[in-house]
Design a protein around this ligand. Structure first.
Ligand code: HEM
Length: 565
């Protein structure tokens, strides 16, 4: 027998265990243990979630892989899926439970509540930018600041902005002149215009005093929203510890720097004006654009559904924007004036909090209206017969005169208003609203479905606005007659919620409607809007604000009657 056959086979030297192999050999049991712990500790939530229909998911990942693709693909996937599961559907994104609701009765349960006011954890991605501003804050801080800020968007304040809306609208018409006859993206102009108007009205500083362009600010906001959207949809970018290692995090810092530079300068300027005893906007308006001398009719107070959506208060969607007369008319102040005055005693709001609120109003106030006005112009281009009726109405109001629009004129713009509401129905700039539940909630539409505490409730505004049961078999068709008073009156109040509703409704609702009516009517007094594209060509993406990935392409044709610029 040779020695080689009796020598035991020795194992080869394994060498020292590499750090990587130790890491992976511990990772798998750690994940398994975490998963078991998580299922036991969340069994109440999991049990209730199982009663709600939704797509099957993978262990641990849940349905996270459904969020793969570009923003337009993600949007299309989710919209298609919304037809598969009825009015309530659940999705797991890793350990996070999201429940989508679209029945107006259920939407009412959440939005009208003074309890379910907490924003979902996803809003924390806004923190480095908006801090703890009105959009994100909760509890007592939100209540105190909401009480302070809501009256600064009272109709009486808004009426004092009309001259500045007129002036800025005409400047936009002038800027767009160079695009006549060419295809261009009108969103660029709408963004710049809406930032400039905010600066000169709610912030009360002349845009001329800002050395940074409002366009640069708007573009920085747009790119920042892309990054936030990425974090919403790509589960691995959610933890700060990972995100902070990426290039996107570095880029985010640079964008926030651009944004905060503008807001800091605005506050500095306003404080300087305030200390010199200047109140109200320091932006100047040429004499011929002062609307007051053209204001002939006393506008009536009205509370029909449509007018309520614009400026009044409708019975079903009660919010605090009309809290009248706890503040005397003389005491009413515009947003930043009031913030600075309040900060002088340092109790209600401090300097850092002012900055957070300015950042919040600048964002919420411009990107939403830029999207709304851009969709409106595209819809006019896509529906020439409807556009002709809008133009006819405007021409009847202004009778060929070059005068600025008055508040009474905006009440006469009934068809334009219907087109605007219909645009906000089909293309709500805020396509979803999310809340975090602290307690179980029974649904109004189906008592067998209970939304568990700890879940994120996603109100799918985009979907609610397209329900056939409410808007009929042509729910996806652009039809301004959907907002004829008799049609609107028969619908559930929470079936049209572009501005949300209830205690956390949009504080800028009336501001937005007034500004949009003046801006859009001024543009259409000068231009006809055309396009080579149809509505079915739009490629939508819902990255925080609803946009078109293909851009808002239109072509302008100069009209005979045009406003002087
Ligand atoms: C077409 C234009 C607009 C639309 C569609 C819109 C829509 C909305 C929606 C849906 C919400 C609720 C968001 C949520 O709960 O997550 C909201 C909140 C808010 N909006 Fe608007 N908005 C518009 C214009 C404006 C304007 C012009 C301003 C200010 C000048 C503004 C300021 C705010 C603020 C501060 C909040 C937070 C309110 C709170 O949580 O108490 N919005 N908006």
């Amino acid at each position: 027998m040779s020695t080689s056959t009796i020598t035991p086979m020795l194992p080869s030297n394994p060498g020292p265990l590499s750090a990587t192999s130790i890491f992976f050999s511990l990772l798998v049991p750690a994940i398994a243990l975490f998963y078991i712990y998580w299922r036991i500790s969340r069994r109440h939530m999991i049990n209730l979630a199982e009663k709600i229909p939704g797509p099957k998911g993978l262990p641990i990942l849940g349905n996270a892989l459904e969020f793969i693709g570009n923003p337009n693909e993600i949007f299309n996937t989710f919209y298609k899926k919304s037809f598969e599961y009825g009015r309530t559907a659940r999705v797991w994104v890793g350990p996070r439970l999201l429940i989508f609701i679209t029945d107006p009765r259920d939407v009412e349960v959440i939005l009208s509540s003074h309890v379910h006011i907490d924003k979902s954890p996803e809003y924390r991605f806004f923190k480095p930018w908006l801090g703890d501003g009105l959009l994100i804050s909760t509890g007592q801080k939100w209540r105190t600041h909401r009480k302070l800020i809501a009256p600064t968007f009272h109709l009486n304040i808004l009426k004092s902005f009309i001259d500045l809306f007129n002036k800025n609208s005409r400047e936009t018409v002038k800027k767009m002149e160079k695009e006549i006859g060419k295809e261009f993206d009108c969103h660029d102009y709408m963004s710049e215009a809406t930032v400039e108007m905010l600066l000169e009205t709610a912030m009360g500083v002349s845009k001329k005093t800002q050395d940074q362009s409002c366009y640069d600010y708007a573009m920085a906001v747009m790119k920042l929203c892309d990054i936030l959207h990425l974090r919403h949809t790509k589960i691995w970018l959610r933890p700060d510890i990972i995100f902070n290692l990426t290039n996107a995090a570095k880029y985010q810092k640079q964008l926030i720097q651009v944004i905060h530079t503008l807001t800091r300068k605005v506050i500095q300027k306003k404080k300087a004006d305030f200390n010199r005893g200047i109140r109200g906007s320091s932006a100047e308006v040429p004499e011929e654009l002062k609307a007051q001398k053209h204001e002939t009719k006393a506008p009536k107070q009205s509370t029909s559904f449509m007018e309520a959506t614009s400026y009044g208060q409708s019975v079903g969607l009660k919010d605090d924007l009309d809290v009248d007369d706890d503040v005397g008319e003389k005491k009413r102040m515009a947003f930043l004036d009031l913030m600075i005055e309040a900060s002088h005693n340092g109790v209600v709001i401090n300097d850092e909090e002012i900055k957070e609120q300015v950042d919040t109003i600048m964002f919420e106030g411009h990107d939403t209206t830029a999207a709304g006005s851009s969709f409106f112009l595209c819809q006019m281009a896509a529906h020439p017969k409807i556009q002709a009726k809008v133009i006819q109405e405007i021409d009847e109001i202004f009778q060929g005169s070059d005068r600025p629009a008055t508040f009474a004129d905006t009440l006469e713009m009934k068809y334009l208003e219907r087109c605007l509401l219909e645009t906000l129905r089909l293309f709500p700039p805020v396509p979803i609203i999310a809340r975090q539940l602290q307690q179980d909630v029974k649904l109004a539409s189906n008592s067998a479905h209970v939304l568990p505490a700890g879940a994120t409730i996603v109100i799918g505004t985009f979907k609610v606005h397209r329900l056939e049961e409410i808007y009929g078999p042509n729910a996806e068709t652009f039809d301004p007659d959907n907002f004829l008073p008799e049609k609107a009156a028969g619908r559930h109040y929470y079936s049209f919620i572009p501005f949300s509703a209830g205690p956390r409704s949009c504080v800028g609702r009336k501001y937005a409607m007034l500004k949009l009516k003046i801006l859009l009517s001024t543009i259409m007094r000068s231009y006809k809007i055309k396009s080579n594209l149809k509505e079915t060509d739009y490629k939508l993406q819902a990255d925080i604000i609803l946009k078109r990935t293909d851009g808002f392409k239109v072509i302008l044709e100069k009209r005979q009657t045009t406003v002087k610029t």
